[in-house]
Design a protein around this ligand. Sequence first.
Ligand SMILES: [Zn+2]
Length: 152
Amino acid sequence: MIQEINQGNAEQLHIRAEEVDLDELQRPEFKNILEDLKDTFDSIKNSTHGLSMNQIWKYSDRPFRVFIAWKPEQDKPEVFINPRGVGSGGTIRNDEGCTSFQKKGTKKKGRHKNYTIVYIREDGSEASFKVGPPWSRVLQHEMDHLDGKTLF
Ligand SMILES: [Zn+2]
């Protein structure tokens, strides 16, 4: 189900998301909220590159540490569960925007040029890859969301 995207001052945007216990992956509650994330991303995929659980979370407990984003050379978006990443190759400043701050437009933000990410897929398997711009920026933006950090 498409969820409204949390905006600006919403508390969920400013708290650190919680690691997913891998037993959760088979639970209906987890699958439902993952479907919501996918449906919501699908509804805005022409105007954004990624969406974090913090941005659609409507509950009082902590969001799951999950985001969805495009992956290069893949025709459907990838789900990143419990992602960890490390940057390399220096810093690039470029325009960046956020669907949770739609009225603010874009701003220049410095990000690592390259980013290596390790994560769990929906099926519970581990995956990793390294990307350069523009995907490296998208991944770093979504990682910030999971840490409760916002662009504005
Ligand atoms: Zn954002």
